[in-house]
Design a protein around this ligand. Structure first.
Ligand SMILES: Nc1ncnc2c1ncn2[C@@H]1O[C@H](COP(=O)(O)OP(=O)(O)OP(=O)(O)O)[C@@H](O)[C@H]1O
Length: 592
């Protein structure tokens, strides 16, 4: 766990010195060239249709890149949202004679609302329940398309769908769709670097850690779901205008699976991957057309191709490339320099930072925590100890809001946080680490710590991404890992991962830091270094509540100790006196 040597760093302000649009100029130039090509090249009808399909499908797949790639939530109903947008344009421009633009916007709004409502009612479920609900939604939408003949024209579908006057020719309409693809692609690509995008990635990697780092997990999921549905609706509307005909079979469950395969194949975490996957799945059948004379061969080769890619590139084609690029960049890119970390814990309340009274947590008949009182003094290190299973971690989980207290009251710096969800407790000034390290594994060390720095109410961070990066770099340098800021979490040893978790909590400038067994799994040298780190943190006046089994660490670091046994408090007071207390000795050694 020794600190790596710092190589010549560059000032943090230099990293994002150019405005965003200037930095991304090559993208816009490339996109403009594609739009001009689409507008001017004379494709035959067949090629034109393939390009139009790929362009509109890719926008729908970008939606999956947001919900599944960024936020980790499954959506097996993207074809339904695609269909809602398509039918809005179809019915609107034919039966209702409304302008294409209004219909397109209407379709987006309908999809967005449907996505938000579906998300709000189901996203607390997660996992396979969420998958089942989205499948049901998909089936319902398909059934409505087929059976609500008065509205949708049933299985016959809607024909003669109009395009906007501005893009009447198929050439100009394709160019318009390519432009939309470029704009949406840029927004989705850039989303992962925004506050919302970082929150989504954190939720995807570790919901519990996201919550205790100040992220409203449920709301973040709903945003992701609604955004995905919106892009589905937009794509569907463009599709309907392009092909002038829609029918229920174009928006079936099978199409949702095609969208999902496209995103997984190309790499769901990035819109580039989505575009690659969409292009490949539309083009491969065309490339393999010559095999169609041999029955079954075409499908076998097509299936084998998909299986091989998923088997050898589980993160998709672009995921594979991006991972290699991140590792290479971590080697060559010098992390920015940083100032010394300042901790300025809030001092709203009095001498007692954390006041816990009568705290209980029962799991059925098991009283894991039973009427515990704890008073943590400002500016000190307070240890919570006890034999295995005595209720220490459960106490910390109740304090940070991961478990709802059965009874009792928790006051943090004068604020009653007993009934707050985890992210609000974090916003109130609670920071924590976990017994089993909970880092965001797909991110670099710096990105992990930036999430901590982004805590609502963190007065130590200025405005903008540069300020966030600076604060995160300060915290990483404080724990000795500044020079490895750009490396992925998987390249760090267990001990270093613990330090990154501590850095993430410190970057948030908490009022109270909860450390759950920080020495677990560390060797003796690493434990000594951890002890030094705790001293440096405490020296800045940050209050710490620590759980650990290492009595040397506890007795040296903590001034005050509370001891639990079978969920009850058996001793509390000045460290040395508590460790000599006969009840504590017998709890640890067993009575004769
Ligand atoms: N989610 C849960 N559901 C049911 N029982 C639980 C749950 N979490 C903890 N327990 C039980 O509560 C009791 C206290 O567990 P806890 O993990 O808080 O103890 P601990 O003091 O932190 O132990 P250790 O030092 O081994 O980590 C144990 O009997 C444990 O099995």
């Amino acid at each position: 766990m020794s600190a790596p040597s710092d190589n010549m760093p560059i000032p943090a302000q230099a990293i994002h010195s150019k405005p965003l649009l200037v930095r991304h100029l090559p993208y816009f130039i490339g996109a403009a060239i594609l739009v001009v090509l689409a507008a001017n090249m004379n494709f035959d009808g067949y090629v034109h249709n393939i390009l139009l399909q790929a362009t509109t499908f890719a926008i729908a797949v970008f939606g999956l890149s947001v919900v599944l790639g960024l936020c980790g939530q499954i959506n097996l109903a993207q074809a339904a949202f695609f269909g809602l947008g398509a039918y809005a344009v179809g019915i609107g421009t034919t039966d209702l004679q409304v302008s294409f633009w209004l219909c397109l916007i209407g379709g987006c709004v309908i999809s967005l609302l449907a996505g938000a409502l579906l998300g709000a009612s189901t996203l607390r479920l997660g996992g396979h329940y969420l998958a089942m609900v989205t499948i049901s939604f998909q089936q319902i939408v398909t059934l409505v398309m087929i059976n609500a003949i008065w509205l949708t024209h049933g299985p016959d579908g809607v024909s003669n769908i109009r395009r906007p006057d501005l893009f009447q020719s198929s050439q100009s309409y394709l160019a318009f769709c390519v432009a939309m693809l470029a704009i949406v692609g840029y927004l989705v690509w850039h989303l992962s670097d925004t506050k919302l995008g970082r929150a989504m990635r954190a939720v995807r990697d570790n919901e519990l850690a996201a919550g205790v780092n100040g992220i409203d997990v449920f709301r973040t999921k709903i945003y992701a779901f609604a955004l995905c549905a919106l892009l589905g609706g937009l794509a569907g509307g463009l599709f309907a205008g392009g092909f002038a005909y829609v029918s229920p079979d174009q928006f079936s469950f099978a199409e949702s699976i095609v969208f999902l395969t496209m995103s997984l194949l190309g790499g769901v975490a990035s819109p580039i991957g989505s575009a690659i996957g969409t292009g490949l799945l539309i083009l491969i059948p065309e490339w393999l057309r010559f095999l169609k004379s041999v029955p079954g061969l075409y499908l076998a080769i097509y299936g084998l191709f998909v299986i091989l890619i998923i088997r050898f590139m589980p993160d998709g084609i672009w995921g594979f490339v991006a991972d290699a690029f991140t590792r290479w960049r971590a080697k060559i890119k010098t992390p920015p320099a940083s100032a010394a970390l300042q901790l300025k814990p809030a001092t709203v309340g009095g001498d007692i930072v954390l006041e816990v009274t009568g705290l209980s947590k029962y799991f059925g008949g098991l009283k894991a925590v039973d009427g515990v009182d704890i008073a943590v003094k400002r500016g000190g290190v307070h240890a919570l100890i006890g034999p295995n299973g005595s209720g220490k971690t459960t106490t910390l989980n109740v304090l940070s809001g991961l478990y709802v207290a059965t009874a009792g009251k928790i006051v943090l710096d004068g604020t009653d946080i007993t009934h707050m969800p985890p992210h609000q407790r974090t916003a109130s000034g609670l920071g924590r680490t976990f017994q089993n390290i909970r880092l965001f594994r797909s991110m670099t060390a710096l990105e992990n710590v930036e999430i901590g720095a982004e805590r609502p109410g963190n007065t130590m961070v200025g405005k903008g991404d540069d300020a966030l990066t600076e604060r995160a770099m300060e915290a990483l340098t404080f724990v000795g890992l500044g020079s490895r800021a750009n490396e992925l979490i998987s390249s760090f040893s267990y001990g270093h991962q613990r330090l990154i978790e501590i850095a993430r909590a410190l970057a948030s400038n908490p009022t109270l830091l909860l450390l759950d067994e920080p020495a677990a799994g560390l060797n003796s040298t690493e434990k000594l270094e951890l002890h030094e780190l705790l001293k440096r943190i405490a020296a800045q006046g940050l209050t710490i509540l620590i759980i650990d089994h290492d009595m040397t660490l506890v007795s040296e670091a903590a001034q005050h100790i509370t001891v639990l046994n079978f969920g009850r408090r058996i001793a509390d007071g000045e460290s040395m006196a508590v460790l000599r207390h006969p009840d504590v000795v017998s709890a640890y050694l067993g009575s004769e």
